[in-house]
Design a protein around this ligand. Sequence first.
Ligand code: ADP
Ligand code: MG
Length: 264
Amino acid sequence: MSVKPLIRATSVGKDYSAGAVRALTNVSVDLYENQITAFVGPSGCGKTTMLRIIAGLDYPTRGSIAVEGNTVSGPGPERGMIFQAYTSFPWLTARRNVEYGLKILGIDKGKRRERAMEFLRLVRLDHVADHYPRSFSGGMKQRVALARTLAQGPRIVLMDEPFGALDAQVRWEMQELLIELVDAEPRTIVTVTHDIGEALYLADRILFFTRQPGRIKADLSLEFKQGKRFKRKEELYDMHGYRDMEQQLFAMMREEITAAGAEI
Ligand code: ADP
Ligand code: MG
């Protein structure tokens, strides 16, 4: 029995500036339900572009994306997006920020409140539900964004360097929180990162992109995890095969950076 892909990219290419910038070329890949996939690769390789095309926020120059067999032509409620920059509304409390996301889906007032509180509890912000995000730390702001997006119930969550702006310690707390959230309610996650450690911890599968024009250099399923997801990041380091995979990713990253002739 073959399992149908949830997301299918067929020969996706993307040019900018009338073809002067070739951001992506010939990306074909199938992504499956409840998998966590990380897009990894050097800066400028088209990771954000690919994610935005899946989100329907940008369109491919060549090829297409389909979600459950339907060609993507714009954003849809089954796809939620989380950006690096904090995107909560400063004039609304944390709870109202989450409720707002539900209001635009047409959910009635009583249910909105209940569901907003449920998701604020999950991201451990229920004690500050009626506070304004401007008084929050970066990690707390990003938890508001997570609660708002997840409360909308998307099957697919697309994240572009979601923890990239956070301090190292808050970043791993957020990574562990994300694993906890998908453990409680399975979702299909596509996350962009250039942090190899983050990709190794979060992902079931890593798609490594080449330098520009971006295409898939390697499609790695993280067999060393033995199908597990880890509550604590350090549990990963004991897994046989972890170091090898880490080395392989560093080598690929170096290869792409060096080939581009980049000087640091
Ligand atoms: P990454 O997220 O991997 O760092 P991006 O997808 O942001 O890479 O960008 C890929 C390439 O496309 C880069 O060279 C970038 O400058 C270019 N690019 C991205 N968006 C635009 C745009 N709107 N107009 C012109 N060039 C763009
Ligand atoms: Mg990017």
